[in-house]
Design a protein around this ligand. Structure first.
Ligand SMILES: Nc1ncnc2c1ncn2[C@@H]1O[C@H](COP(=O)(O)OS(=O)(=O)O)[C@@H](OP(=O)(O)O)[C@H]1O
Ligand SMILES: [Mg+2]
Ligand SMILES: [Mg+2]
Ligand SMILES: [Mg+2]
Length: 364
């Protein structure tokens, strides 16, 4: 039986692996050894752009018709004051593009020795990520470094790629260079690739293309109430963590939450490192981007979980580059999800009552 999206999966996994090697090298050469001030984001910027150039090159060669919704665009790099940054990105992207072919890769994807590109070609390939998305047709979403803050801290980040057809996520690939390969050995070897194609399950693969360890199928386990815990953002601006606390109390969760940057949270949920991924809006009007949730959503569903917004509605990947008005994200195993939704709604009502009481007190 021919497997749908098998070719796409092979290309996507190879592209994410190559980009993971690039980002890991950026970290080792630029982040780890440099004294960075908190505000200096240049290494992550270089990593973001270069990784997007490499993945867009591979996708564009393998599937020339497919548009890409990528996080980054080359606007700033084309500006006169972008020259220094541009030349570092060109150097890094070409170093990655021309690295020797790995098992499963082919020169037809525009990679391997001799496949360097000119600065102009690289700017144009980065801008292949400018597609606006939409309800119909097929396109990719790309987040070349998700969890940029985690990347800079040397903690979790992810290289994230998804294929969407008629607003449905069909394939998701998440590369997590810093996630322990074996969750039962948290200080052991790091790095894993997570893959899910709709109807074909969720899988963990080794990070290295040369590693022949067979894929492991992932299923979200059934948690006893006292074993459940929440997976949540590290950055306070990204999710309302105080509301998460309330939800945890309502659910009777006693274990502390696991705070982790990026879509590594979806990978952790899929393999049972945590029971619930909760991302409730802070109320700033921020709209969630499709590349921040597309691969994670199919991974969780294929691992036997459910993912909705806080109203219980499915995430809508057909609205453009964002998920539209922000009602947050609730992802959990099938047996737990409904209880979490109820707890979220109860916690939101409780919070609203307390806020109203507080206001009334102030007005007195
Ligand atoms: N205000 C606000 N609210 C919600 N989400 C936001 C907000 N601002 C940014 N972002 C997006 O959050 C992405 C990082 O994901 P996480 O929150 O899971 O990780 S982290 O804890 O913040 O590092 C991050 O992805 P990257 O930019 O790829 O790192 C952003 O797209
Ligand atoms: Mg992101
Ligand atoms: Mg990003
Ligand atoms: Mg970003």
């Amino acid at each position: 039986m021919s497997q749908q999206y098998e070719a796409e999966q092979q290309v996507a996994v190879a592209a994410v692996r190559r980009a993971c090697a690039l980002t890991a090298s950026v970290f080792n050469t630029l982040v780890k050894n440099e004294t960075l001030t908190k505000e200096d984001k240049s290494p992550v910027t270089i990593g973001d752009y270069a990784a997007q150039a490499v993945i867009n090159t591979i996708l564009s060669r393998a599937f020339p018709q497919d548009p890409i919704v990528g996080e980054e665009d080359a606007g700033d790099l084309r500006a006169d004051n972008g020259a220094a940054l541009r030349s570092r990105i060109v150097e890094l992207a070409n170093e990655s593009l021309t690295a020797p072919l790995q098992p499963g890769e082919t020169e037809e994807w525009g990679i391997g020795p001799g496949h360097a590109q000119s600065p102009e070609e690289l700017m144009n390939i980065i801008d292949r990520g400018n597609y606006g998305g939409g309800r119909t047709g097929r396109f990719w979403t790309l987040d070349p470094i998700d969890g940029t803050k985690g990347f800079l801290r040397g903690e979790q980040y992810a290289v994230c790629l998804a294929l969407i057809q008629d607003a449905r996520v069909e394939l998701g690939v998440i590369g997590c260079p810093n996630l322990p390969a074996d969750p039962s050995a948290p200080s052991g070897a790091r790095g894993a690739i997570f893959v899910a194609a709709r109807g074909r399950g969720a899988w963990q693969l080794p990070l290295s293309p040369a590693d022949t360890t067979p894929p492991t199928r992932l299923t979200i386990p059934t948690f006893a109430a006292d074993q459940l815990n929440l997976l949540e953002s590290v950055e306070k601006a990204h999710a309302k963590l105080a509301l998460n606390d309330r939800v945890a109390r309502t659910l009777g969760v006693t274990r502390p939450p696991t705070r982790m940057d990026s879509q590594a949270k979806y990978a952790a949920l899929a393999r049972g490192d945590g029971g619930v991924y909760l991302r409730l809006p802070v109320g700033s009007g921020y709209r969630e981007k499709i590349w921040d949730h597309a691969p994670g959503s199919v991974l969780v569903e294929e691992a036997g979980g459910r993912i909705t917004d806080s109203r219980g509605q499915p995430l809508d990947f057909g609205l453009g580059r964002t998920l539209g008005e922000n009602f947050g994200v609730v992802a959990a195993g099938k047996g737990v999800h409904a209880r979490v939704l109820e707890a979220v709604q109860a916690a939101q009502e409780e919070e609203a009552r307390e806020e109203a009481a507080e206001k009334a007190k102030e007005a007195q």
